[in-house]
Design a protein around this ligand. Sequence first.
Ligand SMILES: Nc1nc2c(ncn2[C@@H]2O[C@H](COP(=O)(O)OP(=O)(O)OP(=O)(O)O)[C@@H](O)[C@H]2O)c(=O)[nH]1
Ligand SMILES: [Mg+2]
Length: 453
Amino acid sequence: MFQNSKDTIVAIATAAGRGGVGVVRLSGSDVLPFMNSLIGKPLLPRRATYSGFFDAEGEAIDEGVALYFPGPSSFTGESILELQGHGGMVVLDRLVQRCVELGARVARPGEFSERAFFNDKMDLAQAEAIADLIDASSIEAARSAVRSMQGEFSQLVNELVETMIQVRIFVEAAIDFPEEEIDFLQDKTLAVNLDLLCNDLTEVLAQAQQGAILRDGLTVVLAGKPNAGKSSLLNALAGNDAAIVTSVPGTTRDVLRERITLGGLPLNIIDTAGLRESDNEIEQEGVRRAWKEITSADQVLFVADATDTSNPKLKDLWPEYFQRNLGSTQSVTLLLNKIDLSGHRPGVIDEATLAISVKDKSGFDALASHLQAKAGYLGHGEGLFSARRRHLVALTNALAFVQNGIEQLKGAGAGELLAEDLRQAQNELSEITGQFTSDDLLGRIFSSFCIGK
Ligand SMILES: Nc1nc2c(ncn2[C@@H]2O[C@H](COP(=O)(O)OP(=O)(O)OP(=O)(O)O)[C@@H](O)[C@H]2O)c(=O)[nH]1
Ligand SMILES: [Mg+2]
């Protein structure tokens, strides 16, 4: 897959559309010929030079600032030429076309970061953090992505690997000197070090979980009978009139999505059609789509009209949900709305029931805390680093291998089995930073990046 890494690659690095400035970036082992043709003269390294960017006939395509970063002191580790011209798609496309005429190839998504990774400019978790920073949907998510990009997460993982190597050396030594194996393996130091390793892994996993929550957020589906106030709640949370609200039951048919942040926690809020039997084909389709969203939600908020019932119980208000047996895998909260009419007190009724009024915006603080608790978000962005699900899986697996190894040691005193578990645990951790990762996985990770990064 990387046999082409000698190619010079080119891409527009700025977002598509109009902008004051647009950047074309070129990376390869030798960018001097490109520089000579495009600028007409060699550039001084790392100095901004104002110049025309010329086509084959010597006519200016644009003019702007050109920068030259000779490898290996560059983002990719190769030589980079950066042309900062005007941010219009036609002019930027012409610049890219000119580079292609001169022998460059249009970069794949994430190919600049991929080269940086292969040239040891950053590890895999850092490269992923760049993509996460670009995609961050809250200040907290952006800050944690910066920390990962700067290597805080990788450093913790590397420390875990280092500790693991020390323990492995001890265990492997025990196996290599069988006459002393029993002594070695029963040495208290080994048990203590293995316990410490478990604790450290658990701690990093907990931190990574917070990072993953900040990155991915929570998908919250608003469901309920017609007219309960779902669309009103969506609008109140999003701070705009995204959904149509009327007093006519059955107003919403389409699924509506809004992305918001609540105390730093990103939420993907989904409004759905009111659930009821209907002869209307459009409404039936709306209800079918509502159920589809309900079954894939991280958290369902079942919105009910508080004036409908004096003794609210989710089981009575929403029997279909329990008939479909969704309760065992999913989390539902009963949200009693319109308490301005019913007279309930706003806030928590029990751990699965809250009272609010969208009209008065009462009970919203309790709702925010409730959703943060459901996400497992502890609410303090300080010191967090961003993490992905694949990192959580690797950390969880590593922890399981170490725990299993401890059991092997305690049970049969089996040094070889412990050694194998530790080897596998180390491989899991090395997948996070990319020291031990298949080409296939790398391809999938980098191809999800944006073009020009
Ligand atoms: N008094 C009062 N009225 C509310 C409150 N929330 C919503 N309403 C009203 O209830 C009616 C229905 O609101 P919607 O938000 O359209 O309800 P919905 O659940 O989206 O309804 P469907 O889309 O038909 O399923 C509207 O007239 C709202 O103004 C509330 O907290 N108090
Ligand atoms: Mg609605």
